[in-house]
Unconditional design. Structure first.
Ligand SMILES: [Fe+2]
Length: 338
């Protein structure tokens, strides 16, 4: 039977893939255009360099844990940010069931998402990669979850192959499987655009995925990755960092209590004025239908799915790094022998 060999959760902000010398210009541009709260802490260049080193070190620990677990396949929970899907038909939950996919290792655009349109990366071997997936595993997982009552969409081929697979699925491997050699199965969880699956549903999904993997009659080590978060709302005016939110999520991770983590997430809801269209658009990610937090903060759902796969086992938080220049709470965690 298949088995879960490790569980990993990591942030994937573009700041984590951009040299720290570029963080301060990024911060200044965001501040000037009203995208950052003026009360946000300002780190020095030296403090940013230390944070960049901590980020690289944390990814290094996750790479070691992943290698030591001898994975045959990665099951990556991430979110599509209009890279493949749009509002003509946006899946709440969808499993990639194809043979392979391609995408930019970091993103289509060079630099941080600030200022005028950034230059586009060429599709060179340095920037663009084709990743093998694992249809035997994904098809079996699809069947098991459907039988268990999860009515998943499936994605056999990417709707926009020129854009490539979304960053949530491409970026973690840049640091933890740099040659993109491990076959990978993306699992799309709608995190940004209301109404998203509740964290309660994400918890149920993680539990069901764990049970499903252990029913699949394939001799496979499955490494589960949760990609995104923690708190960041890059599209909000006067964006801020809620370190209390992140501390509460990480407390749940350390306690090995995924249900409690999910309950906390669902208790934090975005404030908005239902009579104000701009307010509704902001809180819903443009759909007009608000449920829980969207934006980068909404990606914490991917942590909740991952932690529910390892439910009951305390997670190890490798590091938590507040990158105020963004601002984002960058978190890194793993569960050995989940
Ligand atoms: Fe993201």
């Amino acid at each position: 039977m298949a088995r879960v060999c490790t569980v990993i959760a990591a942030s994937h902000s573009p700041f984590l893939f951009t040299p720290s010398e570029q963080w301060e210009p990024g911060r200044a541009t965001r501040l000037a255009r009203g995208g950052l709260s003026p009360e946000t802490t300002v780190d020095t260049v030296a403090e940013n360099a230390v944070k960049e080193a901590r980020i690289k070190a944390a990814f290094g620990v996750l790479r070691e844990r992943l290698t030591a677990s001898k994975p045959d396949v990665l099951l990556i929970f991430g979110d599509d940010q209009l890279e493949q899907f749009d509002f003509k038909n946006f899946p709440a939950l969808s499993l990639f069931t194809g043979e392979s996919y391609s995408g930019y290792k970091i993103s289509r655009w060079v630099g941080l998402p600030v200022g005028p349109k950034r230059p586009e990366r060429e599709k060179t071997p340095e920037n663009w990669v084709t990743v093998q997936s694992h249809p035997k595993f994904s098809h079996a997982l699809m069947r098991e979850l459907m039988v268990d009552g999860f009515d998943l969409a499936f994605t056999n081929e990417l709707p926009d192959p020129d854009e490539g697979m979304g960053h949530a699925f491409m970026r973690p491997s840049y640091y933890i499987d740099p040659e993109y050699k491990i076959p990978s199965v993306p699992f799309f969880v709608n995190c940004y655009y209301g109404p998203q699956p509740t964290a309660k549903r994400c918890y149920q999904l993680g539990r069901a995925v764990r049970a499903a993997i252990e029913r699949i009659p394939l001799d496979l080590n499955v490494a589960v990755i949760g990609s995104g978060g923690l708190w960041h709302l890059p599209n909000y005016p006067n964006s801020w960092l809620d370190e209390t939110f992140d501390a509460n999520i990480l407390a749940g991770i350390k306690a090995g209590d995924a249900r409690k983590t999910a309950e906390y997430f669902d208790s934090v809801v975005p404030p908005f004025d239902p009579a104000n269209k701009a307010s509704v658009n902001l809180a819903s990610g443009g759909t007009g239908m608000v449920l829980g937090y969207g934006g980068g903060t909404g990606e914490t759902r991917n942590w909740i799915v991952a932690s529910a796969v390892a439910d009951g086992k305390p997670g190890t938080v490798v590091d938590y790094i507040p990158v105020y220049a963004s601002p984002i709470g960058a978190g890194f965690a793993y569960w050995d022998n989940p």
